[in-house]
Design a protein around this ligand. Structure first.
Ligand code: SDX
Length: 441
């Protein structure tokens, strides 16, 4: 890991000065500069030098690590993976190549890509004993509950890749997680519809294999539509990684305690499930169904603005993007392509387009820079592809696994890495003596 520069060419350290106006005391804090994006104030010694903590619930102004994997410029709507714009990767690359790029930092040669794909392909099968875990769930269990359970249990079966201090074991665990997520996800779906599990096939590409495991049945041959396979592959690319979002931070914090990689990814899946995060794609579809008709859009826009109403416009807004989410732009285009290809006139897409138009003309959304995000369109495409709503976030977790694994690896290999242990502003009772029951009022 190369530390950001914190000195000028003349060797003068870049610093900011903080003064406590209660005492007149001042402190100099080093400033670090990365390759792109805002500089950071290095506050690692802030408590030691000032006796005070910084305060930033939600981490809106906090960089928790140094990373070279993904860069986001929220104002400009820019998303780069190892420097490559998401629009170019979505258009010209494929998910396996993006996985290689996220994990290794460079685009692969043809031979490197072929070897990587083979490595992933030969890890797609699941230990047969794990299939019995599914039978412990109710058939109507939410697939995300199954994902959290099964992925968390993987460490019980792949114990030979849980020693995080061994680079080879970290690599094997990474391959196993990326490779097995489609199999685990497809099995969760098959279990929910009462169909037999379908084993992965080594002659199919990653996205194609997933759709095959999802939709084929033993009773007849099943050929995956190349258009759907390409659309699914692109959806995986668009969801692969996204800097230090809630679920990635969860994986990093879990990993900082030296927990095994399977447990860390299970924690990431749990965090992603929230409707404010990865669960939003499922929430968007439920919202569109609840709105039902474009005549009711104004009613829901009003509710979204009402501070007393917990309703928010699902698929709109983002902690970082104060411009269009570049992934939403790609998905919007892909949405039309898939629906045209499928010959689907999806009234929900029409409703979504009308909702987008109205919201983007409304001062409340414009003033707060609440644009459609990646989840706004993904649900509509997935729905058109025949994926049930309850599987939307499962697909998000499937695609995001490579990002979580790449970020986890970067954290483990960072020589400055410590266990994550934030402090607090305590506002509870001061010290007081215990009151025996007989003396309580
Ligand atoms: C993902 O972090 C990532 O990178 C996540 C992600 C990834 O790839 O990992 O991009 C994936 O999680 C995308 C986001 C999916 N979530 C949703 O679509 C749910 C709806 N969106 C909101 O919950 C919200 O926009 C968040 C959670 C996404 C962002 O919340 P913030 O940054 O904490 O925004 P905020 O609460 O500070 O909002 C600022 C203002 C507030 O109003 P005021 O107090 O200023 O009057 O905007 C309002 C909010 O009430 N607001 C919304 C809104 N989102 C924010 N009002 C109505 N509808 C919304 N969707």
């Amino acid at each position: 890991m190369s530390q950001g520069e914190d000195a000028t060419a003349a060797g003068v350290r870049n610093t900011v000065t903080m003064t406590d106006n209660r005492t007149g005391q001042s402190w100099e804090m080093p400033v670090m500069t990365g390759s792109l994006g805002p500089d950071v104030v290095d506050v690692r010694r802030f408590y030691a030098e000032t006796g005070m903590f910084t305060y930033d619930p939600g981490f809106t102004s906090t960089s928790a690590c140094e990373s070279s994997i993904t860069f986001i410029d929220g104002d400009e709507g820019v998303l780069l993976h190892r420097g490559y714009p998401i629009e170019q990767l979505a258009e010209q690359s494929d998910f396996m190549e993006v996985c290689y790029l996220l994990l290794n930092g460079e685009l692969p040669s043809a031979e490197e890509k072929s070897n990587f794909e083979k490595g992933i392909t030969y890890h797609t099968m699941l230990h047969e004993q794990l299939s019995y875990f599914y039978r412990g769930f109710r058939r109507d269990a939410h697939p995300m509950a199954i994902m959290v359970g099964i992925v968390g249990a993987l460490s019980a079966f792949y114990h030979d890749s849980t020693d995080i201090s061994d680079p080879q074991q970290r690599l094997v665990a990474s391959y196993r997680l990326i490779a097995k997520m489609p199999t685990i996800a497809a099995m969760a779906y098959k279990f929910s519809v009462g169909q037999p599990f379908v084993y992965p096939r080594n002659d199919l590409k990653y996205a194609e294999n997933f759709l095959y495991m999802l939709f084929s049945v033993p009773a007849e041959d099943y050929k995956v539509s190349p258009v759907l396979a390409r659309a699914m592959d692109r959806i995986f690319i668009l969801h692969a990684d996204h800097e230090q979002n809630a679920s990635t931070s969860t994986v990093r914090i879990s990993g900082s305690s030296a927990a095994n990689p399977f447990a860390c990814i299970a924690a990431g899946i749990a965090s992603l499930w929230g409707p404010a995060h990865g669960g939003a794609n499922e929430a968007v579809l439920r919202m569109l169904h609840e709105i039902g008709h474009k005549n009711r859009i104004p009613e829901f826009i009003l509710r979204a603005k009402d501070k007393d109403d917990p309703f928010r416009l699902m698929g709109f807004g983002h902690r970082v993007y104060k411009n269009y989410d570049p992934r939403a732009t790609v998905l919007r285009k892909s949405c039309h392509e898939v629906l045209d290809e499928m010959g689907v006139e999806d009234p929900l897409l029409e409703l979504a387009m009308e909702l987008e138009r109205i919201a983007l003309e409304d001062d409340y959304f414009v003033d707060r820079k609440l644009f459609p995000n990646v989840d706004f369109y993904s649900g509509i495409i997935l729905s058109a592809m025949g994926i049930p709503t309850s599987m939307f976030t499962v697909l998000f977790s499937l695609a995001r696994t490579v990002g979580w694994v790449a970020q986890w690896t970067e954290m483990i290999e960072d020589p400055s890495q410590k266990i994550s242990r934030p402090r607090q502003l305590y506002t509870g009772p001061k010290k007081r003596e215990y009151v025996p029951m007989a003396e309580r009022g």
